[in-house]
Design a protein around this ligand. Sequence first.
Ligand code: BTN
Length: 260
Amino acid sequence: MLNHDDIKSHLKTSRVGREVLVYASTASTNDAAWHYASNKKNDGLAIFAEQQSAGRGRGGNKWISHKSQSILCSTLLLNEISRPEMLTLAVAVAVAEAIGRCGSKQAQIKWPNDILIGGKKVAGILVESKSSKGHFNYVIGIGINCHQKKDSFPPELRQTATSIDIESKIVCDRISLAKRLLVSLDEWLGETQKNSVAILDRWYELSAQLGHHVTLQYNRRSFTGRVLGIDPQEGLIVQLENGGVRIFSASHTVMVRCED
Ligand code: BTN
């Protein structure tokens, strides 16, 4: 079981995980983190839960995970000066690095916010922001599938979802992973305040899509092309099959398919 003392033991971070809370169960760790936003001393607070009754994902989706199968974590960032776009890229890099390699496969980033192993989703990221008196507060919610077996996922997700245990063939140590996640978030969120080039370079290295053919849906229209790169503010840059280069914003685009 996840517990506060093991996660905090020898944890060398400067901001993320300064305080750690572990809940047996909560509605959503993102909601739990927002409850602490009124006190600036709670900057960097990380909340873990063994179970969520109303976990949420991007685009209004539910995030369902059975008890003690996952890392369900939310980190509170108060009075944050970094741009939200860089924050999102940095978090994706941090999560992919924390998961690392499973067998011979490196965890990769699928734009905008999914983490894949072997082309299947192993983790999702939900960044929420609120402005207050001229500054921004963020909650970074992360769900990582650890112990799920193939049939733990609903039938409609079995082709596209995976877990660390499935991919690595050994049982994931969730406490080590929780610690690695906090250290990695601390490092990469720190970079947002000094070196966006380092974040972009690493994002490109970890991208599952760079140079690949993708099909996207933008405002219900379908587009196919090759991914050229990312513009942190504007979105994914795609060389379209039928000519021209177009940038797709994360908020209006659904990634349908990525081919080799
Ligand atoms: C997605 O891929 O749609 C994002 C999923 C984010 C899920 C995590 S689990 C911890 C945190 N609490 C939530 O309610 N959601 C995020």
